[in-house]
Design a protein around this ligand. Structure first.
Ligand code: ADP
Length: 188
C-alpha cells in the first residue's frame, strides 16, 4: 500500500515523477492542477470559478478544492493507495486532509519534498510554456506562483517534518535519476 504526498515548488517535476511512480505502483495519480485544468478546458462550473485564480497564479479558494479531494479519495480505485500531487497546498488544506484520512482510517506514508533552485524552476517553466502553452507560465505569473508557494505551501515542509514523514529529494537531476531515487524510497 503506497500513499504519498508530493510537495515542492512549481516546476520541480512533481507531476512528471508522481505520474511515473503511480503507474509503477498501479495506484491513482491525483493532481489537483490537472483536475482544475481539465475543468477549465471543459468549461464546467468548477473550471469557470477556478480560471481567474489559476491564470493569475493564485491558489483557488479552499472550498473549491476540499470536497473534490474528499470525493476523489473515496473513489474505489483510491482504496489501493494514491499519490497526491499539488494537494495540500496550505496549512488549512493539510489540516483538512489529516481529518479526512483519520475519518477514512487511512494514513499517509511519506511526504516527498522535491527541491530545486529558483533559477532552475523559472527556466523549466518558461521552457514548458513554449512547449505546452500553459496560460500560467508567463514570466510574471511564474514569479507570483513562486511567491505563493513560499508563503502558503513551503510552511508544509515543517508541518510534515515535525511528524517525521518528510523526505527531501534533490529534483535538480535527470528525470531518470530522480525516478530511481523515488523508487528506492518507496521500496523501503
Ligand atoms: P504548479 O505546481 O506548476 O503550480 P499545478 O498544476 O499543481 O502547477 O497547479 C496549477 C494551478 O492550479 C495553481 O497555480 C493553482 O491556481 C491551482 N491549484 C492546484 N492545486 C491547488 C490546490 N490544492 N489549492 C488551490 N489551488 C490549486
Amino acid at each position: 500500500m503506497t500513499r504519498l504526498i508530493f510537495l515542492g515548488p512549481p516546476g520541480a517535476g512533481k507531476g512528471t515523477q508522481a505520474k511515473i511512480l503511480a503507474d509503477v505502483c498501479e495506484i491513482p495519480h491525483i493532481s489537483t492542477g490537472d483536475i482544475l485544468r481539465n475543468a477549465k478546458a471543459e468549461g464546467t462550473p468548477l473550471g469557470l470559478k477556478a480560471k481567474s485564480y489559476m491564470d493569475r497564479g493564485e491558489l483557488v479558494p479552499d472550498d473549491l478544492i476540499l470536497d473534490l479531494i474528499r470525493e476523489r479519495l473515496n473513489q474505489p480505485d483510491a482504496k489501493a493507495g494514491w499519490i497526491l500531487d499539488g494537494f495540500p497546498r496550505n496549512v488549512n488544506q493539510a489540516n483538512f486532509l489529516d481529518n479526512l484520512l483519520r475519518e477514512m482510517s487511512q494514513g499517509c506514508d511519506r511526504v516527498v519534498n522535491m527541491e530545486v533552485a529558483d533559477e532552475v524552476l523559472v527556466e523549466r517553466m518558461l521552457g514548458r510554456a513554449r512547449k505546452e502553452g500553459r496560460a500560467d507560465d508567463t514570466p510574471e505569473v511564474i514569479s507570483h506562483r513562486l511567491e505563493v508557494y513560499r508563503q502558503q505551501t513551503a510552511p508544509l515542509i515543517d508541518y510534515y517534518s515535525d511528524r517525521q514523514i518528510l523526505v527531501s529529494v534533490d529534483g535538480d537531476r535527470s528525470l531518470n535519476e530522480v525516478t530511481t531515487t523515488l523508487k528506492e524510497l518507496i521500496a523501503l
